[in-house]
Write a protein that binds this ligand. Sequence first.
Ligand code: AVI
Length: 308
Amino acid sequence: MPLDASIEPLTIIDALKRSPARIASKYFYDNHGSELFELITRLPEYYPTRTELEILNQFGEDIALAIGQGLTLIELGAGNCEKSQTLCRLIQPSHFVAIDVAEEFVREGANRLRSAFPGLITHTVAADLAVPITLPTGVPYSKRVVFYPGSSIGNFDPADSLALLERSHALAGKDGALLIGVDLVKDPAILEAAYNDADGVTARFNQNILRHANCLIGSDFKPKHWRHVAFFNNSLSRIEMHLEAKTTTVVHWPGGERHFASGERIHTENSYKYTPKILEDRLRQAGFGQIDVWMDARRWFAIVLART
Ligand code: AVI
């Protein structure tokens, strides 16, 4: 596959040279990675997607009432736009903006949404949420609801999550809101099972980041030589995913290489788990006002509406 020079290859190399080595979790999502993630969301062990949908279905009318109608829905990390389908049925937006790094995937999702809701004006934006986002002209300025489902906020470290919430606040504008889905702290055994599924889909998702890195920087990672490792780090309240070298190995790329000892790890993802209190404090810090919270009966997941 060709090198994709547009995705800052130097950053990947710099992070690989560090000790411990890192590959940023945004690189999971090439087309194959996005497909694997879709499979993850349907796994019996991976409760977040299912639980969030349960909350949306159970409290949909209350949520719709709190949000209002005829607005612009902006979904961050939209993926296949499946969750927005449920929300669109409830709040009937006039415009829908899907923002995601996986351009092809999100365009297909927005097309599906347009077919399901004739008259809905859709826009797609290929963007990395780690930097400020510019919306296309034609997106109304008023009554914007930024939708950030799936607990994707959990993949940002505390400082970056605050910056993302601040950007969401700016994107929503005056009289706007953020509707965000967040995975909550719970029994570590349940958390760890969700990231170590019996079928090994999460392991393949983790290993795929190496294949994607090979495409982006021309490296020669052999994904099968790396073991998937995922555990809950209690003191930092996060699931950590790593890839562990099964044997001593040297990875090369044009102009460089890195030696990995057997057992050495590459840190690929953090997935922070929140308490409602920590989330509320961070939303307030980002400038949000009134906050409403809906949770499932087990209190495993929360959907939060925060007004600007
Ligand atoms: C996208 N994100 C919220 C997922 C999570 O749970 O942190 C990514 C994921 N990684 C492994 N499984 C799912």
